[in-house]
Design a protein around this ligand. Structure first.
Ligand code: KG4
Ligand code: ZN
Length: 334
């Protein structure tokens, strides 16, 4: 009988300090997340240096809590995994240094995980899906359409050429005077608004699976400035609903093209914006009936270490181990 694989995973790529214990990949025994959002809120965005310092302050406590909640000790671990990129270099290095020290002192394998693979693998935790499938990653830093061909074989079919979709949500929210990060606030307002404003849908070339969101962001800014100049009252709920509709329509159309091109029958949403209720609805309204559609619960959509542990398990099965030279890569590709 095969021995159970217990992985301690660490995620510090941006503004969440998180540690988790996963058993055999998909079974999450603990997933401790400390969010720094309240600290960065007053600056209107993540301040990299502040993020690194806070990771450093919290990491030991978060790792200990993850072990405690899982009822395990360091000696029970099969491997230690850590996000190696993409992300903020200083923030990533806190997790990487901690993971290296644990791997060395416990004499267990070290696994470096791509954060984007983690977002995709968050879907395995709650859904019984397996490759091949299409994943649409919509996060604060990235927008990618990915063909997951097997557990460790990913092909990027399209990416954003400028802003990430979450970034567009956050910038529009900021213009509307909403707190950081603004995505969830836009989502709530949109539910009360009407899609009355015709913001542009940017498709780029007809065949392209790439995205561009900077145009719509500017269109919203122009609309708001124009209304203000004319002394016309701005209905923020309608701006939110119209912006969200324009963005989600493009995402859904391009995803449908990717499904058709690859013949994949499963679609897995991933990343922070996968929590958006308008995006989920737009997919539910337009996906063909024979497509299995999954997305992670809200806690697993945004940054967390359990998704990193799940991705690490499949690297572990293929003996993809890192050594003490493991470094942070800010713009790591899939
Ligand atoms: O994946 P994530 O936690 O961080 C990155 O790896 O970037 O995503 C954070 C992003 C933020 O831009 C946030 O505004 C957005 O996800 N977000 C949402 C919602 N919840 C989080 N955007 C729209 N609607 C939501 N409900
Ligand atoms: Zn993320």
């Amino acid at each position: 009988m095969n021995k159970d694989v217990y992985i301690l995973s660490i995620e510090t790529s941006c503004d969440e300090t998180s540690a988790a214990i996963t058993k055999n990949g998909r079974d999450v025994l603990s997933n401790i997340i400390y969010s720094q959002i309240e600290i960065h809120k007053k600056f209107g965005g993540v301040v990299p240096e502040v993020a690194s310092r806070n990771h450093l302050e919290k990491i030991s406590y978060i790792v200990d809590s993850a072990l405690k909640e899982a009822n395990l000790t360091f000696n029970d671990l099969s491997a230690v995994a850590v996000t190696k990129g993409p992300g903020l270099v200083g923030a990533l290095l806190v997790g990487i240094s901690y993971a290296k020290a644990l791997s060395y002192s416990l004499n267990i394998p070290l696994i470096g995980v791509n954060h984007m693979k983690g977002h995709i693998c968050a879907n395995y935790i709650e859904h019984d899906i397996k490759p091949p499938f299409i994943s649409m990653i919509t996060s604060g830093g990235h927008t990618q359409l990915v063909h997951v061909k097997s557990y460790n074989d990913y092909e990027v079919l399209g990416s954003t050429r400028d802003d990430a979709v979450g970034e567009a949500f956050d910038k529009v929210a900021r213009t509307l005077g909403l707190p950081y990060p603004g995505g969830p606030y836009i989502d709530k307002l949109a539910q009360k608004g009407k899609e009355t404003i015709d913001f542009p849908r940017i498709y780029l070339d007809k065949e392209s699976l790439d995205f561009s969101f900077s145009g719509i962001k500017s269109a919203v800014l122009n609309y708001i400035n124009n209304q203000k100049q004319k002394n016309i009252e701005i209905v923020v709920e309608d701006v939110a609903a119209s912006f969200q509709k324009a963005v989600t329509e493009v995402i859904v159309k391009k995803t449908l093209m990717a499904l058709e091109r690859t013949g994949a029958k499963t679609l897995a949403l991933a990343g922070g914006v996968a929590a958006n209720s308008g995006l989920r609805k737009e997919f539910l309204d337009h996906l063909p009936k024979d497509i299995t559609f999954v997305y992670p619960s809200i806690k697993l959509c945004t940054d967390n270490a359990a998704m990193i542990g799940c991705a690490a398990y499949y690297e572990y099965l293929d003996n993809h181990y890192a050594d003490m030279s493991l470094n942070a890569i800010a713009n790591l590709k899939l």
